[in-house]
Design a protein around this ligand. Structure first.
Ligand code: CS2
Ligand code: MN
Length: 359
């Protein structure tokens, strides 16, 4: 297992590499060329320049989060072949730079959605929250505006401004796309890239839908154990895996995360885990919390134990943290709370490993 930290290059992060290096147990970063337009090839020189910067700080760059998928691939348009060819070229370049795992998502139009990026918690810290009722009252533009306004001037993953002009039309397009058709479009992509994932030794980790239920009438495909089974069955390459995000899947209290981990990690299909906690405020509402089990509704001990018992040997990163101690950062991606969270998770990992070796 390797503990890593999400970091954005080119000055687009309040957190510095040397600060990440000072977090005990941290081996590397999950990063991305966030400024390359979705669908373009990532130039090898630029990948290597970022990698060298990461290496100079004494960290590894084995995970990319995310190489995003062009909307034409998701829509199944004829132009998808060109974008898939570019994706494969990017995979080759990442492999040459020593990357081992690519995290991505297949969420149509928008990545994760929250109704509030800065909700105050009882202790005076703040974190992101989701109210389904509030989201239903928003149209895509007001949603995009509220995300950008709450972003503290950092780029928000999945909310790149170049996506906005087409957003309403894209949402309309998907109103007639059934889940079956959408799954066929995913299958087409997987069939094209998996042979190269094998050739270039790249584990693919698809991120679950966040939140794990439909909004704006968009198809959702990775929300629970059944849908993950379907997704994995689309392509049986062992490289076709999931990014097990406990916060995204855990927003639905019906999801039994330790059971899901036991099933999918034991099958070798979990190369990457995002660990964070959530508190359900009602069936479709939740608040992100500190990582500690007692702060939310997820049992982080059981989650880490399930990973260890399943022989998990991939990457873990602390996912979204709270904003504490007056830190000004990209929402969910400050230094302090994620550093605390990572060391809590490493403590759990050490404990379950030592306990299991004594049995
Ligand atoms: C999010 C996503 O929960 C998360 O990890 O911040 O933006 C995530 O990085 C992407 O969905 C992965 O492609
Ligand atoms: Mn996540």
């Amino acid at each position: 297992m390797k503990m890593i930290f999400r970091w954005f290059p080119n000055g687009d992060d309040s957190v510095k590499l040397h600060e990440i290096k000072q977090i005990p147990g941290m081996t590397g970063v999950a990063t991305q060329l966030s400024y390359v337009p979705v669908g373009d090839v990532w130039p090898i020189e630029e990948i290597i320049a970022v990698r060298d910067q990461v290496h100079a700080a004494g960290l590894e760059m084995e995970v990319i989060e995310s190489v995003n998928i062009h909307e034409d691939i998701k829509k199944g348009l004829p132009s998808r072949d060109e974008y898939i060819a570019n994706y494969i070229e990017t995979m080759k370049n990442l492999h040459e730079a020593g990357v081992k795992c690519i995290c991505y998502n297949f969420m149509p139009v928008m990545d994760w959605v929250r109704s509030n990026l800065c909700e105050e918690l009882p202790d005076g810290s703040n974190s992101m929250s989701y109210s389904h009722e509030k989201v239903l009252l928003m149209d895509p533009h007001s949603m995009a505006n509220s995300m950008i306004q709450g972003s503290n001037s950092f780029s928000l993953p999945g909310w790149e401004p170049e996506r906005f002009p087409a957003m309403v039309k894209d949402i309309e397009f998907y109103q007639d796309v059934s889940s079956e058709t959408y799954l066929k479009n995913i299958s087409y992509f997987l069939d094209a890239v998996m042979p190269y994932a094998e050739k270039y030794d790249l584990d693919f980790a698809v991120h679950p839908d966040d939140p794990p239920w439909p909004i704006f009438g968009l198809p959702k495909i990775i929300t629970n154990a059944d849908s993950i089974r379907n997704f994995l069955a689309l392509n049986n390459s062992p490289r076709n895996g999931i990014a097990l995000c406990t916060g995204s899947l855990g927003a639905n209290s019906a999801n039994d995360l330790p059971a899901m981990i036991r099933e999918f990690a034991s099958a070798g299909r979990v190369p990457f885990a995002h660990l964070r906690n959530v508190k359900h405020t009602s069936a479709l509402d939740f608040q992100e919390t500190a990582h500690l089990s007692e702060c939310g509704d997820l049992d982080m001990f059981e989650i880490v134990k399930a990973l260890s018992d399943s022989g998990f040997d991939g990457y873990i990163r602390p996912d979204h943290g709270r904003s504490i101690w007056g830190e000004n950062s990209r929402p969910g991606y400050g230094l302090y709370d994620r550093a605390i969270g990572s060391n809590y998770l490493l403590g759990l990992w050490e404990a379950v490993r030592k306990m299991s070796s004594k049995q």
